[in-house]
Structures are given as C-alpha cells and as structure tokens.
Design a protein around this ligand. Structure first.
Ligand code: 4NP
Length: 153
C-alpha cells in the first residue's frame, strides 16, 4: 500500500487489509506492508487523526511507522497499490520495466466511482472517514481478487 507520506492513507489501508487477511486465516500466505513515495515523515506513527478514526472502527495503527518506498519493494511484493495517480506516477518512474505490471491503483479493485483515495492531510476531519470508507471497500475487493487470482487450486 503506497501513498505520499505513509502516515494517513497507506497505513490505514495496511491496517485494514491486515485485519481482513487475519480474519480470513490467510496471514501465513499474505504479507501486507505500506510505504510512502516521500520522505518527510520517516519513522513517524500514522497521523493522530488516522489513528483515531481507525480506532473508532476497531483497527489499531499505533505499531506502524512511516518508511519510504525502496528499490527492493518492486521485487519483493506482488501487488504494489497506489492510493492516487500521483503516487502511481512516482512509482512508475522508479520501478524497473519488467516489474511495472505490479503497479496499480488500490481503488481499481472496488466497484464504485472512486479511482483514488483523496489525500485527507490538509482537509477537515471528514476526509479521514472517507479514507476509511474507501479503504474498507477496496480491501474487501482486493482480498476477493487475490483469493480467486492467486490462491485457488
Ligand atoms: P498520506 O498523507 O500521503 O495519505 O500519508 C499525507 C501526509 C503528509 C503530507 C501529505 C500527505 N505532507 O505533505 O506532509
């Protein structure tokens, strides 16, 4: 899961998807991680507004720490999912050509009108609820996709 700062959207997606994976009993098969394209918040916990909004829905993001995308991520992960178009473009600029197929928008998996998770950082608190709504929907859809695409047979 990749966003700009790795303190709002991608840690939310990380925590929610990790919970979905654990509930499905698939934690031994699916590794979840998150990172930012930028480096301004390295080592920080998720934004307090993201942690609070997540906590209200039963997710605990406090153990996560921001890190930046690094070159071995493109080898290591099968799905590298950007929260918005800017994040996707930044990833495309860094990723080796043979691995570009791993790069997608996270919201592609959800069946709604959103293609990106809007950045909530500079907005009012409502943005954090929207992040959670979108992330929960896409996380469910992503798990269904992986079950069908990668875990059958
Ligand atoms: P995120 O949100 O990409 O969802 O983690 C942001 C966090 C920090 C900044 C921008 C977006 N920033 O400019 O510091």
């Amino acid at each position: 899961m990749v966003c700009l700062g790795n303190i709002c959207r991608s840690p939310t997606a990380h925590g929610v998807f990790q919970q979905r994976v654990e509930s499905a009993g698939l934690a031994a098969l699916i590794e979840v991680d998150s990172a930012g394209t930028g480096d301004f918040h390295l080592g920080e916990k998720p934004d307090v507004r993201s942690r609070k909004a997540a906590q209200q829905r039963g997710y605990n993001l406090s153990s996560l720490r921001a890190r930046q995308v690094r070159s071995d991520d493109f080898e290591r992960f099968d799905y590298i999912l950007a929260m918005d178009d800017n994040n996707l473009r930044d990833l495309q600029a860094q990723c080796p050509a043979p691995l570009q197929h791993k790069l997608r928008l996270f919201m592609e998996f959800a069946d709604n009108n959103y293609l990106s998770v809007p950045d909530p950082y500079y907005g009012d608190g409502e943005g954090f609820q929207l992040v959670l709504n979108l992330v929960e929907e896409a996380a469910d859809a992503l798990l269904n996709h992986i079950r069908k695409q990668d875990l059958q047979g």
